[in-house]
Design a binder for this molecule. Structure first.
Ligand SMILES: C[S@@+](CC[C@H](N)C(=O)[O-])C[C@H]1O[C@@H](n2cnc3c(N)ncnc32)[C@H](O)[C@@H]1O
Length: 326
């Protein structure tokens, strides 16, 4: 028995199982010892499992950080690619022709290289309006990639009084400040306006228009305030193609119409859109219609001549400006 007590619990257990003689106390002691050891091993196991879980959480965290960094790298690679594409594309833009007679063919070939919606027919129509008007002061609200502004600037480039103001913020938040439609707003939330602006600036350089075109990188309401300082400034032709949200389209027409010279032209884009209808109706009521053109699908635009009597001053933009500046 004394020998059995000196034995290890495991040996005792082996003894038990193999049928060696023992007493109840020893058996109980050994069982308790074994249970104690088992619970110790279980505690150690639970501890190890907790360590493993913690390590796994750290690994998952690091994997997420790596994925985030990979996304940043991909984004930067895309920017580099788009810059390269811009450079590659810009090298394809040939300098404009010296002869005015060659301008329509040049504009037609140039248009697919510019981002935007202006169709070849509208671009040539705008260029024609510019070539035939008496003054050379041109403005555009809503430039995007310059697809309508560049043809107008090209048509004006040889006039001694030519000056083209480009009002465009290139900011997604401004483009969706007022709702137009869910699909439209979603598109404008996501479009890369930095890339569009880069394409426009590159095209301006390639077309030799940098000294003619003055960029006002502001929303139209704020840009309108800048023109307030130039009290006597009047446009001979103003193309309104900014926000198509009902409130902003009407505000642009009402606020900027007084800046068009008597007998000058205001061109409004997308006059068939329901959201632009009130802006179009304001022009129909206050100006003479030069032409309203419908191309296929929903492409339509109109040109309106301001009447000789000066437009009543509009103070709506001043209120809007003070809201913006508040
Ligand atoms: C339809 S795109 C202009 C397209 C261009 N004129 C063409 O023919 O390709 C409308 C532009 O208006 C700009 N825009 C939106 N809200 C504006 C605002 N409040 N003031 C000035 N521009 C705005 C947008 O950033 C966008 O580039």
């Amino acid at each position: 028995m004394a020998e059995l007590k000196r034995n290890t619990p495991m040996r005792n257990l082996i003894g038990l199982v193999s049928g060696a003689g023992t007493d109840m106390d020893t058996l109980n002691n050994n069982t308790a010892l074994l249970e104690h050891q088992a619970s110790m091993y279980q505690a150690m196991l639970a501890e190890q499992q907790a360590v493993i879980r913690e390590t796994q959480a750290v690994v998952r965290e690091r994997e997420a950080a790596v994925r985030e960094r990979e996304a940043v790298v991909r984004e930067r690679e895309a920017i580099i690619d788009s810059l390269r594409a811009g450079q590659a594309r810009s090298s394809l833009i040939a300098p404009p022709p010296a002869a005015e007679a060659d301008l329509p063919a040049y504009i037609t070939a140039l248009l697919p290289q510019l981002e935007g919606w202006c169709t070849p027919r509208k671009a040539l129509w705008l260029a024609d309006l510019v070539s035939n008007m008496s003054g050379g002061r041109i403005g555009e609200i809503g430039v995007y990639g310059g697809r309508s502004l560049i043809p107008m600037a090209l048509a004006a480039r040889n006039r001694p009084d030519a000056m083209v103001y480009a009002v465009e913020p290139w900011r997604n938040s401004v483009a969706v400040e007022q709702a137009t439609s869910p699909e439209n707003d979603q598109w404008w939330r996501e479009v890369d306006l930095d890339k569009i602006k880069l394409g426009f600036l590159t095209a301006l350089v390639d077309c030799g228009l940098t000294s003619l075109v003055k960029i006002i990188e502001l929303p139209s309401d704020e840009a309108r305030g800048a023109f307030h300082a130039m009290r006597d400034y009047r446009f001979d032709l103003l193309h309104v193609d900014g926000s198509h949200a009902p409130g902003q389209a009407l505000a642009d027409v009402k606020n900027w119409l007084p800046l068009v010279a008597p007998g000058g032209i205001l061109v409004l884009d997308d006059i068939g859109w329901e959201t632009v209808a009130s802006a179009r109706d304001h022009l129909r009521a206050t100006c003479d219609i030069i032409s309203e053109i419908s191309e296929e699908s929903d492409i339509c635009y109109g040109a309106y001549r301001t009447r000789a009597t000066p437009q009543p001053p509009s103070h709506a933009w001043e209120n809007r400006l003070s809201e913006v500046l508040a």
